[in-house]
Design a protein around this ligand. Structure first.
Ligand SMILES: [Zn+2]
Ligand SMILES: [Zn+2]
Length: 321
């Protein structure tokens, strides 16, 4: 009886799975402290919730925004009835900022200093923090038509190497590595919750994407991974401690970043060595400098193939400084 019932339930789950297309589902994972991770909406999203309201780091792809906002609302419900106050963008790519406009409109900016309450004009929306080069890329990179609507643009940008925010009793630090995945990356550190959000500098699913057109560089990615490792501190036995949310893929800790940093550094050194010996791009590709890592990070199709990575790495390392 029991097993029959189980089988029926299983079949029902299977068929609902087939029709409901769960690949469009946004999954919520409690990380630690006040921080949650949302998976399944393009780039990973971090959400910090507390008595002051909600803060999101990145907003996912535009087509997922309704589901993202519903998930955020649900997870915040038992904790606060205050709105979304802040969005922080790790960089400008659409799989991380596609929800900006809609998400911002659900929120409200806190006025600075001693002013009590909210700005009365609700259309003001939540504040969007990012490095200045994010605004540059989203507003008008070619000097003509802006690629994104103004409502999606950062409202508070910074130019230096660091920026900070204090919200829900927690200090947030933003670290800007000069030229890593793009030229406008921010690594976001929730100091009390002890969680780092890396953006696309770190991924568990692909080789690092070097966006050369937008100021990325391979050496910059290695430096940025080392910067992340400066921030993270493992708990005993090298497990746990600071938790790391990658731009794509699963929740990690410091040991995962060490492994990734080592992989990127080794491949960088191999390609650099071949360039020094005068090898052409074709010769470098033929030598398969990534071979031993391809089972983990390689791809022959999709948005970031092994071939594209080797080519971008070669160009980045050959570029005159
Ligand atoms: Zn991404
Ligand atoms: Zn990206």
């Amino acid at each position: 009886m029991k097993s029959t019932l189980r089988l029926v339930v299983f079949a029902a789950v299977l068929s609902s799975w087939a029709y409901a297309q769960p690949q469009s589902d946004v999954h919520v994972l409690r990380v630690q402290g006040n921080v949650y991770m949302l998976v399944g909406a393009g780039g990973n999203i971090a959400v910090q919730v507390g008595s002051d309201g909600i803060l999101m780091v990145d907003t996912g792809s535009a087509q997922m925004t309704d589901q993202v906002l519903a998930a955020v609302k649900q997870l915040a419900k038992p904790i606060t009835n205050r709105p979304l106050r802040y969005i922080v963008n790790t960089h400008f790519h659409a799989d991380h900022t596609g929800g900006n406009e809609k998400a911002r409109a659900t929120g409200r900016t806190i006025t600075g200093g001693n002013v009590a309450g909210n700005i009365s004009d609700a259309t003001e929306g939540a504040a969007i923090y990012a490095h200045a080069n994010v605004l540059k890329a989203m507003s008008a990179p070619t000097g003509t038509q802006a690629p994104t609507p103004t409502g999606a643009w950062p409202t508070d940008t910074y130019f230096k190497n660091t920026n900070e925010l204090f919200f829900n009793g927690e200090a947030l630090q933003m670290f800007h590595p000069k030229s890593a995945h793009t030229d406008g990356d921010s690594i976001v550190f929730f100091r009390r919750s002890d969680v780092v959000m890396t953006g696309d500098i770190f991924s568990t699913t692909t080789y690092p994407i070097i966006d050369l057109q937008n100021g990325g560089s391979l050496n910059g990615i290695v430096d940025a991974l080392n910067l992340i490792l400066d921030i993270t501190i493992p708990a005993e036995k090298q497990e746990g401690g600071t938790m790391v949310i990658p731009g794509h893929g699963r929740l990690c800790d410091e040991a995962d970043v060490v492994e990734y940093r080592d992989m990127v550094t080794i491949i960088r050194d191999r390609i650099q060595d071949m360039i020094k010996k005068g090898k052409t791009l074709e010769q470098v590709k033929a030598a398969k400098p990534t071979r031993d890592y391809d089972p983990l990070y390689g791809a022959s199709t999709g948005i970031w193939t092994t071939d594209m990575f080797v080519e971008a790495a070669y160009k980045s390392l050959s570029a005159k400084k």
